[in-house]
Design a protein around this ligand. Sequence first.
Ligand code: HEC
Length: 271
Amino acid sequence: MARDRGEQNREWYATYKDDVKKEGKGFFPYAMLHDTIMGFVVVLVIIGLAIIWYWDADGVEPGVLGPLYTEPADPGTTDFVPRPDWYFYFLFYLLRIFEWPETVVIATVGIPTVLLILLLGLPFYDRSRERRPSRRPVAMIAAVLTVISMGVLTYKGATATEALGSELIVLVPEWAEEKGFADNDNAVEGARLFAVSGCLNCHIYLGSGVGALGAPDLSDVGDRYDQETLVRYLTNPAEFGNTVMGSYAYLGQENLNKLATFLDASTSDDG
Ligand code: HEC
């Protein structure tokens, strides 16, 4: 006859209390003393390493524990695409899956919050005392699926290519050939600017780029706007109801003209 779970739990609990009384040691002072001593040791090691690092390094000359400081960061750089540390690659890739602006909140807040609540609630909804993996199919499958999906997302995040200017600029001759502006110097220079200005971190052009945040494919953008309108668009995207894209007025009028010439030459009437 199967006994009910409550009765079995009470029995287990009584056995446990009995064992503690016979063989165990009290939390105070035994466990507390161990933890306190170990805590001090860890803090002392960290302080020691910090002292060695500080005294051994001489400015940018590295000591055994690395340099004191490196070159200051350049806030004006346009060809640096920030990447997260490896343990955030899974979140980084999750964000790429939800590329439409309205759904970004699902990847940044929604999914992580749901998973965290599930994790915090684990002791409350998983009340089984069974420890054998073979008797816990649901928990085992959930754990394996979690590990696999985190692994896959981390891998995808690590190998995801960035729309980095220096990688894209080599495509300019190809673009010029395909769109037939190779003999228009202004358009070619505009294409180079386009490649290094981070446009392809949002847009797609002839299959390159990201297609994020609802930015349209610009391969045939010359069909939709003329050169003058494009200059105005890049100077003040908000005027065209575009609040996602920032103004590129800082590139200067001459560069904007070249960029617009390139975009204007990008029509579906190739060649
Ligand atoms: C942060 C993302 C982002 C970046 C970076 C960006 N754009 Fe955009 N751009 C957008 C979005 C989103 C739209 C669409 C807005 C809309 O539909 O109202 C857009 C629209 C456009 C349009 C109008 C396209 C059309 O068919 O209506 C042009 C032209 C354009 N961008 C050019 C550029 C150029 C050139 C650069 C680089 C100098 C650039 N964009 C960089 C997000 C971006």
